[in-house]
Design a binder for this molecule. Structure first.
Ligand code: CMC
Length: 436
């Protein structure tokens, strides 16, 4: 990215009180809106910017993922998500995100080999699980167990060493499905299933999740393909809440395992990765087509906290391209599995009614990726509580790619935002005896 001022274009800001003004450079990326470099605003004008929720703030320079929210486009390293979902596979998409280019055949097989060799977890890590209640939410267990990885893999926590950084990245991508499947098995009271390195990434995850030691279990190719596609679609999404959390945690020099655990915690929220679980809960609560208008009405009511889960996005204001791919995949998977899920019909009807409703049209609220992923995952046999865990498996590569990019960025500094302080001004302490 050429982040030099574009043809010396600037934005002039004048403080109308002091009359002082400064020219702030406008930076150009390869695509996307220009970015005002406000770094001199504080040193020269003594002002901060105010942007809660970072709706107009670029927090970093990145070459990894690009989103055009108006056109509904998403690229990983320039490759459109539709092409990757159609022609690539998750391992290849991981390679692209981590290394920036499509791999040669040899590079791909050596990458797959590296990931495959890291799928097992330290045997003592398995003991962590018995400390959790069996009815714990799987994301609670994920936060704890992934955070604990830094207590096991000391040889990949020196963030100044690029080799250690890459080993930690491979370990995280490889071990996340193993830990996720263990989380599920623990909740059921079933034994953990070891990874099987002859299987592909998604296939192996499904095997560890659904196999039991006493029976042969053959993973359905349809399910493995659908799972792989879901992983591709969720692999990265530029500076979303969990990725920004990973970057912020990592900006202090924290180790990668701790940073990814922080990302998992952020992902869990219902406004982010937790939405896929919330969509299913909402559909079950609606229960019947006849009740949809009532829920749409509630979503539009300012005094009601209810929102249509799976609708709306901070960046996409046209459609979410991931939702488009998943919508099709959803129908295919349900058809191939012979699942006739009334919830899918309910979802389609909800989508139809919301899309023609003035409120949703005006506010540009479209179904997002989470609207459809839950329905496919349910058909595949996952309980709703596991949905966000699957999102975490896929997003791990995005987190580590962004974390690596940040560490390598010569402009990288500890993330330390400022604030608009509206609390009390200086006042003197009053002794308790004099306070009445
Ligand atoms: N149902 C009803 N109204 C909505 C919805 C919705 N799902 N989403 C946004 N609005 C309204 C919102 O109340 C606001 O109205 P007003 O202008 O009158 O105050 C307006 O639309 C703009 O929304 P916002 O909350 O200011 O937008 P945001 O960019 O801060 O939030 C969002 C984006 C995704 C958090 C939000 O749309 C939402 O909570 N959606 C439901 C949860 C969801 O599906 N999340 C998954 C996001 S995609 C996957 C991911 O990122 O993990």
């Amino acid at each position: 990215m050429d982040n030099k001022p574009s043809n010396r274009e600037t934005l002039t800001v004048t403080d109308n009180v002091t009359g002082k003004s400064i020219d702030m450079p406008l930076l150009s990326g390869t695509i996307g809106p220009k970015v005002v470099d406000i770094r001199k605003l504080y040193s020269e004008l003594d002002h901060f910017t105010f942007d809660p929720g970072y709706t107009a703030t670029g927090s970093c320079e990145s070459k990894i993922t690009y989103i055009d929210g108006d056109k509904g486009e998403l690229y990983y390293r320039g490759y459109p998500i539709e092409q990757l979902a159609d022609k690539s596979d998750f391992m290849e998409s991981c390679y692209i995100l981590l290394y920036g280019e499509l791999p040669t055949r040899e590079q791909k097989s050596s990458f797959v080999g590296a990931i495959t060799r890291h799928t097992m977890v330290h045997e003592q890590l398995t003991r962590f699980f018995s400390g959790f209640r069996r009815d714990a939410h799987p994301m609670a267990v994920m936060c704890g167990v992934v955070g604990a990885l830094s207590a096991f893999y000391h040889d990949s926590t020196d963030i100044t060493d690029p080799r250690q950084r890459m080993i930690a990245s491979h370990r995280l991508i490889a071990k996340m499905p193993t830990i996720a499947a263990m989380t599920y098995k623990y909740s059921l009271g079933q034994p953990f299933i070891f990874p099987k390195n002859s299987l592909g990434f998604a296939e192996n995850f499904l095997h560890m999740t659904f196999a039991v030691p006493c029976e042969e279990y053959k993973v359905s190719p349809t399910l493995a393909k659908a799972m792989d596609k879901i992983f591709i679609l969720h692999a990265d999404h530029e500076q979303n809440a969990s990725t920004s959390t990973v970057r912020l945690a990592g900006s202090s020099g924290a180790n990668p395992f701790a940073c990814i655990a922080a990302g998992i915690a952020s992902l869990w929220g219902p406004a982010h990765g937790g939405a896929n679980e919330a969509v299913l809960k909402m559909l079950m609560e609606i229960g019947h087509k006849d009740r949809i208008p009532e829920f749409v009405k509630r979503a539009k009511n300012k005094d009601d906290t209810f929102k249509l889960m799976g609708f709306g996005h901070r960046v996409y204001k046209n459609f979410d391209p991931r939702a488009k791919v998943l919508r099709e995949a959803c129908h295919e998977v349900l058809e191939e599995l012979g699942v006739n899920d009334p919830l899918l019909e309910l979802a389609m009807e909800l989508e139809r009614l919301a899309l023609k409703d003035d409120y949703f049209i005006e506010k540009k609220l479209y179904p997002n990726v989470d609207f459809y992923s839950g329905i496919i995952l349910k058909a595949m046999g996952f309980p709703t509580s596991m949905f966000t865990v699957l999102f975490a498996i896929a997003r791990t590569v995005g987190w580590v790619a962004q974390w690596n990019e940040m560490i390598e960025d010569p402009n990288q500094k500890i993330g330390r935002p400022r604030q608009l302080y509206t609390g009390p001004v200086r006042r003197d302490y009053i002794d308790i005896a004099k306070r009445g």
